[in-house]
Write a protein that binds this ligand. Structure first.
Ligand code: FE2
Length: 386
């Protein structure tokens, strides 16, 4: 397998040290935002159509047999600033095939844009991050792309991407398919990306992001805040110095029955990315388009909208539109937010999407957790997993 292309390396066991070292250094690992999210999928060609037609993405670039990529086919899709890379292996004995066998379709790499990939890699690994792939370069007529990878939860990796002056179609040896993403359904940027980890491991990963990349903890929800009759979870949200990248990390908590996090861990085969939250500036229009395209969302009990305004105060959007579309509302001291969650994007009850529109609020919809979890549990029960 060529080391000169964006190809996967074998997964490594994860062992972040559990001791917190209070890192006070300013921005030792500066991050400019999300660059891309790479999903390993069973059939990238069909997935690309799904994300185009059901979610409004545009195919920007491609690699495969026709472009000289003998072992992997990848489609780069974009909407607003959100870039998804869907990759599938062309042979059985390939790390992508093995990943799909274990996990189903799922997020393999969280690509973070950095000014200096080598410096980010060295900053993180010198603070205990496990190296997955030493810094490497990819070059073509459009310039040089510099990359490096470290291990995150489960088999997920964090990929540092230094675009610098690279001006080609995503990466060298990708063929350009489009010059600019279309309007799509109104997705603007990735608001946050949530990981599910095993019981007792949340703090280890909170510490990992703090220690190796200088993230700080934004907020913490305990199992009293997030619990229903059946399940509970705990969550901490880590963010980078600029606040552009937010990683909530969930772990299951004791409930009477199996929690939604445990269901994910069972079917994903371990920790991994649970959901990607895409920001829109017009959630009513975005969700109308998603629903028309066939995207399924978690049901919200009709009673949710009774006395909604008494609970969350005055909002700009007509409540009847929110009720019709199943959009949730929450308010914190900074403002309010609107959000909705899709059902899992595949048959395994694992990865899903959130659509979010913020009106000042900086939270994650804590006020909706209970209504939401009850809805999730109804789905879990239908799957025989509760
Ligand atoms: Fe979320």
């Amino acid at each position: 397998m060529s080391q000169s292309t964006l190809t996967p390396t074998a997964p490594k066991p994860t062992s972040p040290a559990s001791q917190a070292s209070q890192q006070t250094e300013e921005d030792f690992c500066p991050i400019q935002g999300f660059d891309h999210v790479e999903l390993y999928v069973g059939n990238a060609k069909q997935s690309a159509l799904y994300y185009q037609h059901c979610f409004g993405f545009t195919v920007m670039a491609y690699r495969g047999l026709e472009t000289g990529s003998r072992d992997v086919a990848s489609y780069v899709l974009q909407q607003g600033k959100i870039r998804l890379v869907l990759s599938t292996a062309l042979q059985a004995d390939h790390p992508i095939s093995e990943h799909v066998l274990r996990h189903g379709d799922g997020v393999k790499a969280i690509g973070l844009a950095v000014p200096d990939a080598r410096a980010a890699f060295e900053a993180a690994t010198s603070r205990g991050a496990e190296p997955v792939r030493e810094p490497w370069e990819e070059t073509d007529d459009d310039g040089t792309l510099r990359l490096a990878e470290i291990q995150a939860y489960g088999e997920t990796v964090i990929r540092f991407v230094e675009r610098g002056s690279y001006d080609g179609a995503f990466a060298p040896r990708f063929e350009r398919r489009s010059d600019a993403p279309g309007e799509g359904f109104g997705f603007k940027y990735l608001d946050h990306m949530v990981g599910n980890v095993e019981l007792g491991k949340m703090n280890q990963w909170v510490d990992f992001f703090a220690r190796t990349m200088g993230f700080s903890q934004l907020v913490h929800f305990d199992d009293k805040a997030i619990s229903t009759e059946y399940s509970a979870l705990m969550s901490k949200v880590m963010q980078d110095g600029t606040g552009k990248v937010k990683f909530p990390i969930n772990e299951p908590a004791q409930g009477r029955k199996k929690s939604q996090i445990e269901e994910y861990l069972d079917f994903y085969g371990g920790p991994g990315v649970q959901h990607l939250a895409c920001a829109t500036s017009n959630i009513i229009e975005t969700v109308t388009k998603l629903r028309a395209a066939g995207v399924e969302f978690l049901d919200v009990p009709g009673t949710y909208y009774e006395q909604l305004e008494q609970r969350v105060g005055k909002i700009d959007e007509p409540i009847e539109d929110l009720a019709r579309l199943g959009i949730l509302v929450d308010r914190d001291e900074d403002g309010y937010l609107l959000q909705i969650f899709t059902k899992p994007i595949q048959d395994r009850p694992t990865v899903f999407f959130e659509v979010i529109e913020r009106h000042g609020a900086r939270g994650f919809g804590e006020g909706n957790f209970k209504a939401l979890f009850e809805s999730l549990e109804r789905e879990q029960a239908r799957r025989g997993n509760l």
